[in-house]
Design a protein around this ligand. Structure first.
Ligand SMILES: [Zn+2]
Length: 112
């Protein structure tokens, strides 16, 4: 049982590599409760030593951390010091109340 040779040998669609479909969720782990969720359901946090904490969908350089849109997860992450661990750096100059304020502002869909 020898399969017939096509002769051309290049018509296996190597080149038309399918792109990853959009509906495939990008999963990230919440650093608060450790649940894995779709990235779109999470708030991204990053820490830039020059700018401080950056929340939301911006894409700053550096490592990010993800949290559920829940203040409880922020609390857990804060108490476990999960954020500096995720950022791989000390969060110098950031205190918990500032972080909470930023986070809660991010949870509100419309700023008032
Ligand atoms: Zn969570």
């Amino acid at each position: 049982m020898t399969p017939p040779r096509s002769g051309r040998g290049r018509d296996r669609s190597w080149r038309s590599r399918p792109t990853v479909p959009d509906e495939r969720p990008v999963l990230r782990t919440c650093v608060g409760c450790r649940k894995v969720r779709d990235r779109r359901e999470l708030v991204r946090l990053a820490f830039d030593p020059a700018k401080g904490l950056i929340l939301g969908p911006q894409r700053p350089r550096g490592r990010g951390a993800y949290l559920c849109r829940s203040a409880a997860c922020l609390e857990k992450a804060w108490h476990r010091k999960a954020l500096p661990r995720a950022f791989r750096r000390e969060m110098s100059g950031v205190d918990g109340s500032v972080l909470r304020e930023l986070f809660e502002a991010e949870l509100r869909p419309i700023a008032r």
